[in-house]
Ligand binder design. Structure first.
Ligand code: ZN
Ligand code: ZN
Length: 262
């Protein structure tokens, strides 16, 4: 299974998993043209995409849904509440035959992938994150959460790859230029994960299986990549786990290869 962070941050999010010649996207917060260009830049075939799983209705996660409905035949994986909220926001209905209904806690199969949504504490109608398994590999994409619940930690255990939010440095956010109401929203239990909260959650889910961690959804205003990286390195120390950063501007890809012995 291959993974690519096509874009990550408040201006648009999109992640891709590719296995057996098929690709599944997580979220659609960048344009279709950008999705195709960035997949190609990561060595993935844009024509392999057949579905997009939606985490929640915030614009940085669903901005392209209207275009995708009209210009592709992709399926949409979403909970009922998120589907309705996205449809309302983009002014487009997802055709019933192209909707795969999700329920938090229940895995669905799509083209050789097992996709398991699980609930997150975030200020959206029915926010979920995804655990994705294929070809014997397991990964999770976990962003847009105010704090790390036990349920989230459970779904992040026993993974090969964890993509985890490191949204802000609490001091940078507190002392920064954001309006107070927005600061309060981000800092709340249903806001975004700070570097410190990320490190705390990471420490709870590190396992011998874990090979790669990708820090994601970094704020360009209220975080610095070095601060996020340092917080994660404190936890990972000498463990044989590669640390990467997903960014807004540049896509990055990873191969989740089976070990030689595996
Ligand atoms: Zn977001
Ligand atoms: Zn959000």
């Amino acid at each position: 299974m291959r993974y690519a962070a096509l874009a990550s941050g408040s201006k648009g999010n999109c992640h891709a998993f590719c296995a057996r010649g098929r690709a599944l996207l997580i979220d659609a917060g960048i344009s279709l043209a950008q999705v195709k260009a960035r997949l190609a830049a990561c060595g993935l075939d844009p024509c392999a995409v057949g579905a997009v799983a939606l985490t929640h209705e915030h614009s940085d996660h669903r901005a392209a849904v209207g275009v995708l409905v009209r210009n592709t035949d992709w399926a949409f994986l979403a909970t009922k509440e998120t589907k309705l909220a996205v449809e309302l926001a983009v002014g487009e209905t997802i055709p019933a035959p192209r909707w795969i209904e999700l329920q938090a806690g229940h895995a669905v199969a799509w083209e050789g992938f097992q996709v398991r949504p699980f609930s997150l504490p975030h200020d959206a109608v029915d926010p979920v994150a995804f655990r994705v398994e294929a070809e014997g590999r397991a990964a999770a994409v976990v962003t847009d959460l105010g704090h790390g619940t036990a349920l989230v930690a459970d779904h992040c255990s026993d993974l090969d790859l964890l993509v985890l939010e490191a949204n802000h440095d609490v001091d940078m956010l507190r002392n920064g230029a954001y309006p107070d109401a927005l600061k309060a929203r981000i800092l709340s239990r249903v806001g975004h994960l700070s570097n410190a909260a990320m490190a705390d959650l990471l420490a709870r889910v590190v396992s011998p299986r874990l090979r790669s961690v990708v820090l994601a959804h970094l704020s360009e205003q209220n975080n610095h990549p070095d601060l996020a990286r340092l917080a994660a390195e404190e936890v990972l120390r000498d463990l044989p786990i590669a640390l990467h950063l997903a960014t807004q501007a540049h896509p990055m890809g990873l191969e989740l290869a089976l070990d030689q012995a595996g």
